[in-house]
Design a protein around this ligand. Structure first.
Ligand code: FAD
Ligand code: NAD
Length: 466
């Protein structure tokens, strides 16, 4: 191939793209990253993981100050909310973290090509009217909100918003209706409920959180109800009308039946995300997307067009920042001639509500479908000394193992720090651990993580504390 402007061009600077670009540069490749946003970091840093976690943390402090601290003798009189300060703190975190990626690009000599990228041919990307060539091109364009026909989003002061609008509501709504009982709906619904809104979740399916273990889906519904959320399961929204700052939603049973209306002064549409592939001019390189609009790849993240690779939310698999990051590392290593692998069987997922909800590996139903005879055990957090002492009784840890080999197939948990606890199971699974391996690993006392050990002991039928 003739001399190119770069060895690698990455399109998109989210957690997939920016990590791929940095690792490619670290491996000695001359690298550019195309990003059309004003700041680097993609959905995750700008309008996703980071701002949502800032609001989850802030709103949890507010809830604790109002309802949690007094029983420990900490009396906060006249707790009040300064919403603009809370939103400001979130914006500061976003600014710091996105700026951090810009610093890392400079440090690693990654060139930021500002603008929208599109293919001219398999080794040329057009950005802002100018062509740039590279031996390898990585598509890391991420995803955006799936629209709901008839329910039009207006994130600039409108009543109906998506996740981006729900991160900057100027006042606490009286009644927020969340359409979609998935991760975004429950996280951002929790934020506004803690800050004082009545929250109603309308979910099409008969359970929340599709994809998670059934026990988790049932238990989490109980917990959210106890926290005051109204859940309308097996229900669909069929229309929306906005007038004088209020939305009137028409809902009906998912299976069909009598319609009713609900009024809300804020509506959050959170029914999933879809890959960003429009505008890339994939036709120019003869690359078609699948039925879900995703770019198909092989085990090495290569598309069927030589020299063109794809990672992150725009390829099949869970739409998670850490999955995108790991794919970013691996694709850069493959391009550099090293061996880059991601074990897609061990990708943890976490819902950052209180308590947190987390899982890794197979669900019990999935393990059975895959042909395993399964042994599992659920250890309640109520019986974990630390959770009990902290007055965090909700939830459990469930460890699922193969009945013949005892190998751990998955673990699912609801606990205040489940997002941190799940990491040990992911690591154990990477090492091919049995439930006995976890059960005989010494865990510090008193920690929430001891519940993972106890659940693993329970798989053999011998837990101590229950
Ligand atoms: P993205 O982060 O979407 O980045 C893609 C980038 O490409 C974007 O910046 C976009 O502007 C740019 N781009 C697209 N097309 C072009 C083009 N043609 N030219 C130039 N640039 C282009 N995941 C978690 O793991 N944990 C969480 O806690 C979490 N919380 C979330 C909360 C919310 C509210 C949302 C919406 C998502 C959350 N996610 C979370 C999901 C996470 O944000 C995504 O999985 C992750 O950002 C995907 O990374 P990516 O690099 O594939 O794509
Ligand atoms: P989701 O797929 O998690 O949930 C969408 C929910 O909407 C599902 O329960 C679905 O059954 C329901 N739904 C679909 N159509 C509906 C309709 N017409 N009416 C009512 N309900 C309907 O999607 P999301 O919550 O929008 O999140 C998008 C992606 O972002 C997810 O893939 C998730 O992995 C990622 N994300 C991750 C985190 C995290 O890791 N903590 C946080 C936020 C977002």
């Amino acid at each position: 191939m003739a001399e190119t402007d770069f060895d690698v061009i990455v399109i998109g600077a989210g957690p997939g793209g920016y990590v791929a670009a940095i690792r490619a540069a670290q491996l000695g490749l001359k690298t550019a990253c195309v990003e059309s946003r004003e700041t680097l970091g993609g959905t995750c840093l700008n309008v996703g993981c980071i701002p949502s976690k800032a609001l989850l943390h802030g709103s949890e402090l507010f809830e604790e100050a109002n309802h949690g601290m007094a029983k420990f003798g900490v009396i906060a009189k006249e707790v009040s909310l300064d919403l603009s300060a809370m939103l400001g703190e979130k914006d500061t975190a976003v600014k710091e973290l996105t700026g951090g990626i810009e610093y890392l690009f400079k440090k690693n000599k990654v060139t930021w090509l500002k603008g929208k990228g599109s293919f001219v041919d398999a080794s040329t990307v057009k950005v802002d009217g100018k062509d740039y060539t590279a031996k390898d091109i990585v598509i890391a364009t991420g995803s955006s909100v799936t629209p709901l026909p008839g329910v039009d989003v207006d994130n600039d002061g409108g009543v109906i918003v998506d996740s981006t609008g729900a991160l900057k509501l100027p006042k606490v709504p009286e009644h927020m209706v969340v359409i979609g009982g998935g991760v975004i709906g429950l996280e951002l619904g929790s934020v506004w409920r803690r800050l004082g809104a009545k929250v109603t979740v309308v979910e099409f399916l008969d359970k929340l959180l599709p994809g998670m273990d059934d026990d988790i889906r049932k238990e989490s519904a109980k917990i959210f109800k106890k926290q005051g959320m109204e859940l309308k399961l097996s229900t669909k929204v069929t229309g929306a009308e906005v007038k004088d700052g209020k939305a009137t939603l028409t809902i009906e049973p998912a299976a069909g039946g009598d319609a009713e209306t609900i009024e809300a002064d804020a509506v959050l549409v959170a029914i999933g995300r879809r890959p960003n592939t429009d505008g890339l001019n994939l036709e120019a390189i003869g690359l078609e997307t699948n039925q879900r609009g995703q770019v198909e790849i092989d085990h090495d993240f290569a598309t069927k067009v030589e020299g063109v690779w794809a990672i992150g939310d725009c390829v099949p698999g869970p739409m998670l920042a850490h999955k995108a990051e790991d794919e970013g590392l691996a694709v850069a290593e493959n391009i550099a001639g090293e061996v880059g692998i991601v074990n897609h069987a061990v990708i943890p997922s976490v819902v950052y509500t209180m308590p947190e909800i987390a899982g890794v590996g197979m669900t019990e139903a999935g393990a059975k479908e895959a042909g395993h005879t399964v042994k599992s055990f659920k250890f309640p957090m109520m019986a974990n000394s630390r959770a009990k002492t902290n007055r965090e009784p909700d939830g459990f840890v469930k460890v699922i193992a193969d009945a013949e080999t005892d190998r751990v197939l998955g673990a699912w948990m609801i606990a205040s720090v489940a997002g941190t606890m799940v990491a040990q199971v992911a690591q154990a699974m990477e090492f091919g651990a049995t439930s006995e391996d976890i059960a005989y690993t010494c865990h510090a006392h008193p920690t929430h993580a001891e519940a993972v050990k106890e659940a693993a002991m329970g798989v053999k039928g011998l837990p101590i504390h229950i």
